[in-house]
Design a protein around this ligand. Structure first.
Ligand code: PEP
Ligand code: MN
Length: 264
C-alpha cells in the first residue's frame, strides 16, 4: 500500500486531485436542495457531487428516492457549478437513464454488490463503457462477493473501475453503524493494487463525530479518495440524517486532515 504509482489511471484522466473528494447529500430531495448544496460545495475540495436518486432501503416505509426526475437536477447542478456528478445505479434500467443524463460516475450500492445476477446485468448494460464505475463493498463482511463484483465488471471491459469501502454490518452493535473491518479492504487492494480505493466514512460511522478519524485512518492507509455525505441541514435530511455533515464541517475536516503525498 506504500507506493501506488501504477494506479489512478482514471483519476489522472479526470485531472482529479489526491485525495479525490466526492460530497453531497445521501438523497436528492428537491431541485432546490441539489442546486443549493452543489453551489455550497463547488469551491471546496469536493470535485464530484453525489446524490442518491434510487435508494434501496433495507426496510420498507422509508424514503426510497425521487427517481429519474433527480437526474435532471444533477445535470443542472453540473451545468451551473462544473462539478462532476455521481449516483447509485441498481438495475440496467437505472444505467440507461444515468447514461442518457450524462452522469459521470456510477456507483454500485452495498445491497446490490451482494447479488451476482444483478451485478452481472449491470455490468452487461455497461459493457465497454468509459464511465467510471465504483463498487461498494457488500453489506456483509464477505470479501469474495466484493471481489466477484469487481471481476464481473472487469470481464465486461469496464476499465475505469474503483471501489468504495463503506463498512460491514454485524449483529452486535458497536460504535459504528457498519464496522470498518479495514483488513477486508486491504486484502481487496492487495489483490487489485491498481484499483482506486475510496472511503465512505458516513455509512461506516452512522454519526458525525467520528467522520474525521475515519478519514484520517484512510489517508494514513493511502486510500485514494473520500465520499462524504454532506447536507446544508443534516438534521432534516430525508435519509441518513445522523451521519451527514455540513459543507462547512467538510471544509474544516479537509483542512485538519494530514494528507500523505505520494512517493513516485
Ligand atoms: C448511500 O450511499 O447513500 C447508500 C445507500 O450507501 P450503501 O449502499 O453503502 O448503504
Ligand atoms: Mn446514505
Amino acid at each position: 500500500m506504500e507506493n501506488k504509482k501504477e494506479l489512478r489511471t482514471w483519476l489522472d484522466k479526470f485531472g482529479l486531485d489526491h485525495p479525490l473528494v466526492i460530497a453531497g447529500p445521501c438523497s436528492a430531495e428537491t431541485e432546490e436542495q441539489v442546486l443549493k448544496i452543489a453551489h455550497q460545495l463547488k469551491d471546496t475540495d469536493a470535485t464530484v457531487l453525489r446524490a442518491g436518486i434510487w435508494k434501496p432501503r433495507t426496510r420498507p416505509g422509508n424514503f426510497e428516492g425521487v427517481g429519474a426526475l433527480g437526474l435532471k437536477w444533477l445535470q443542472k447542478a453540473k451545468q451551473e457549478t462544473g462539478m462532476l456528478t455521481t449516483t447509485e445505479v441498481a438495475s440496467p434500467h437505472h444505467v440507461d437513464l444515468a447514461l442518457e443524463h450524462d452522469i459521470d460516475i456510477l456507483w454500485i450500492g452495498a445491497r446490490t454488490t451482494v447479488s451476482p445476477f444483478i451485478v452481472q446485468d449491470i455490468a452487461d448494460a455497461l459493457k465497454g463503457t468509459d464511465k467510471v464505475v465504483l463498487v461498494k463493498n457488500p453489506v456483509n463482511p464477505d470479501l469474495s462477493l466484493w471481489l466477484g463484483a469487481v471481476e464481473r465488471f472487469y470481464s465486461c471491459d469496464i476499465k475505469n473501475l474503483g471501489v468504495i469501502h463503506r463498512g460491514f454490518s454485524a449483529y452486535e452493535k458497536t460504535k459504528y453503524r457498519n464496522n470498518p473491518e479495514w483488513q477486508i479492504a486491504i486484502e481487496l487492494q492487495n489483490k487489485f493494487p491498481d484499483l482506486p480505493l475510496i472511503l465512505d466514512p458516513s455509512h461506516i460511522a452512522g454519526r458525525r463525530d467520528i467522520i474525521f478519524d475515519l478519514c484520517q485512518t484512510a489517508l494514513d492507509l493511502n486510500y485514494d479518495g473520500l465520499i462524504v455525505e454532506t447536507h446544508f441541514d443534516p438534521d432534516n435530511a430525508w435519509s441518513d440524517a445522523k451521519q451527514q455533515i455540513t459543507p462547512a464541517t467538510l471544509v474544516q475536516i479537509m483542512k485538519d486532515l494530514k494528507i500523505r503525498k505520494e512517493v513516485s
